[in-house]
Design a protein around this ligand. Sequence first.
Ligand SMILES: N[C@@H](CCC(=O)N[C@@H](CS)C(=O)NCC(=O)O)C(=O)O
Length: 84
Amino acid sequence: MMKLYDYPPSGNGYKVRLILAYLNIPYHYLPLDILADDARTPAFLAMNANGKIPIADYRLPILPCMHTPMLPEKEALTCNDSQR
Ligand SMILES: N[C@@H](CCC(=O)N[C@@H](CS)C(=O)NCC(=O)O)C(=O)O
């Protein structure tokens, strides 16, 4: 499931929440307090070096190459996708 790192009062975060709701896309909400530097931790900066929210982390599980042809393309990552 997609993870959404956000700061609840953020207008930029609200826009992402709005479009996810409109498209009926489920997500796991991870609220941060950017005023308390939650977006400046090494773990956060590893995800987004500019230290800003929102981040929509929609990485899918990487499947072994031999199994990917059995799945619809939109539901699986191929080996090349994993190099992004
Ligand atoms: N969408 C732009 C803007 C995101 C943005 O400005 N986020 C604000 C909150 S609405 C933020 O994280 N500010 C914290 C900071 O700049 O330290 C980006 O990802 O660069």
